[in-house]
Design a protein around this ligand. Structure first.
Ligand code: NAD
Length: 382
């Protein structure tokens, strides 16, 4: 079976689906690995490193000869048209955000396997969990960017020229990215507080050296699969009022809160921003065209408010640390590929607890019920 690594074409995407370190395992499993020339450039991997690892470099025109195409991001509509029936594409295809691309792949007879549909709580799927590996990179990079934008020190520093107070950092949302952000901010010497609506996160945050922020309004919004549920309007109002008081005293706020399939909750209101000191920094990791965790954030932009608070909403943070992010992603995607491989071909048994959920389209049909539902006309969904 021929497996090709495609060069990513999405704007600012510098990651690559496979790095040379994992190619030996795939070759040993009987796969022929092809690499689109220049695929690794954004991640500082020359074509020659892939060749040394046992892969063959091919021109763009030959990528679609492969049986399986490995990618980071979903193919563009032009790339979908070039895929052929019977071919498989594996990547972070975001079928719940963009079900139309899944439909286009099904119409084309392409099998779509998406890493973001992996059952993340299954222990044998942990090595394949690209959402976690990339959120981890994002949480780390968010702190580095916020620390750079903050015009003071993160650690307590005593010098002959005076003493610098440590930065007060607040992390909102203690999932994978939030935990990495806590650890990184602590390692830089900040005083870290953290908050989440899932009570089990208290112990996780404390074990990394953060102080858990307890609100008087007790909210337990534990939802299915370890995720949070959406808050009721009353819970949201109570949470915002109390968080406003805490946020005012913070130097740096990093927000990571998401609710699957929903607009991210607003945790930092315009009123809260108005209470912050000049020079404070907010970094909103949840911002997208749908909105973000901060009422004033603009996806992809840095905003400086009238009271001189910088609000940053960088998009696709993992792509800004492409070498580290690609290396983790390559382990995730190669582990999934090897898991799906049986007798030299992909075995996408719908009853399998990993192959079932990750297979979004197959044989010209959409297999995922969640994606099918999104593609139904509005009246049929109700
Ligand atoms: P996510 O990106 O969906 O959300 C980030 C955090 O935001 C979550 O902790 C969520 O509780 C929080 N949040 C949502 N609404 C909020 C609100 N209104 N106020 C404050 N916080 C809010 O989450 P994620 O990082 O993808 O992780 C989600 C879950 O999956 C976690 O429980 C994580 O431990 C679990 N997980 C488990 C495994 C595993 O078992 N192997 C692997 C990965 C993730």
């Amino acid at each position: 079976m021929k497996v090709a690594i495609a060069k990513e074409t999405a704007p600012n995407e510098r990651r690559v689906a496979l790095v040379p370190e994992v190619i030996g395992k795939l070759v040993n499993a009987g796969l022929e690995v092809l690499v689109e020339s220049g695929a690794g450039e954004g991640s500082a991997i020359p074509d020659s490193a892939y060749v040394d690892a046992g892969a063959k470099v091919i021109p763009t025109s030959k990528v679609d000869d492969a049986d399986v195409v490995l990618r980071v991001q979903k193919p563009s509509s032009a790339e979908v048209k070039k895929l052929r029936s019977g071919q498989t594409v594996i990547g972070l295809l975001q079928p719940l955000i963009d079900p139309q691309t899944a439909q286009a792949l099904a119409d084309q007879g392409v099998t779509a396997v998406s890493l973001d549909a992996l059952p993340r709580t299954l222990s044998r799927a942990q090595t394949m969990d690209a959402l976690s590996s990339q959120a981890n990179v994002g949480g780390y990079k968010a702190v580095i960017i916020a620390a750079e934008a903050y015009g003071r020190y993160f650690p307590l520093l005593t010098t002959a020229a005076g003493t610098a107070k440590p930065a007060n950092v607040l992390i909102l949302g203690i999932g994978v990215a939030g935990l990495q952000a806590i650890g990184t901010a602590r390692r830089l010497g900040a005083v870290v507080r953290a908050y989440d609506v899932r009570p089990e996160t208290r112990e996780q945050a404390e074990s990394l050296g953060a102080q858990f922020v307890t609100l008087k309004t007790q909210i337990d919004a534990t939802g299915a699969g370890g995720y949070a549920r959406e808050l009721t309007p009353e819970e949201r109002a109570a949470q915002q009022a109390e968080l406003n008081e805490v946020i005012g005293g913070m130097d740096v706020v990093i927000t990571t809160a998401q609710v699957p399939g929903r607009k991210p909750p607003v945790l930092v209101t315009a009123d809260a921003v108005a209470k912050m000191k000049p020079g404070s920094v907010i970094l909103d990791m949840a911002a997208s065209a749908l909105g973000g965790n901060c009422e004033l954030s603009k996806a992809g932009e840095d905003v400086v408010t009238d009271n001189l608070v910088t609000i940053m909403a960088p998009e696709n943070l993992p792509a800004t640390m492409p070498v580290g992010a690609s290396s983790f992603y390559a382990r995730n995607i190669s582990a999934l590929l090897l898991q799906l491989l049986k007798d030299g071909a992909l075995n996408l048994d719908p009853a399998d607890e990993i192959a079932g959920p990750v297979t979004i389209t197959h044989g010209g049909e959409i297999r995922s019920d969640a994606v099918k539902k999104l593609l139904q006309p509005a009246e049929a969904k109700a």
